[in-house]
Ligand binder design. Sequence first.
Ligand code: THU
Length: 128
Amino acid sequence: MDKKLFEVAKKYRENSFSPFSRFKVGAALLTEDGKIFGGCNIENSSYGLTICAERVAIFKAVSEGYKNFKRLLVLTDTEELTPPCGACRQVIWDMCGDIEIVLMNLKGKDKSFKMKELLPYPFDKNFL
Ligand code: THU
């Protein structure tokens, strides 16, 4: 298990603003050169404006100028591990490509996927 990514995701998960779902999510994104960006889900009273933890971490990293990524960890407190939603899969593919996605719970149970497995036959810039 990736202890460092787990610790970052755990810390950020505590910052989750999720009064509507009460479903706290943390994410940690590892750049190619070893930097880690954390994120948490931030909900909104106009539900559709809610943003997932994964996208917060990615947008933070991209806004800081990072372009190359290695791994993204998604952390929840559920027995069944939480996979990224469809919208996040599209964003992860566009910004990170075929990186490793690690799903984990607070007990350290984990399962890894390549992004291509989670989003086969993706739409992207090559179609434009
Ligand atoms: N959520 C995430 O942050 N990431 C996921 O992978 C799944 C869902 C958030 C969005 C919303 O705040 C809450 O979890 C329930 O859907």
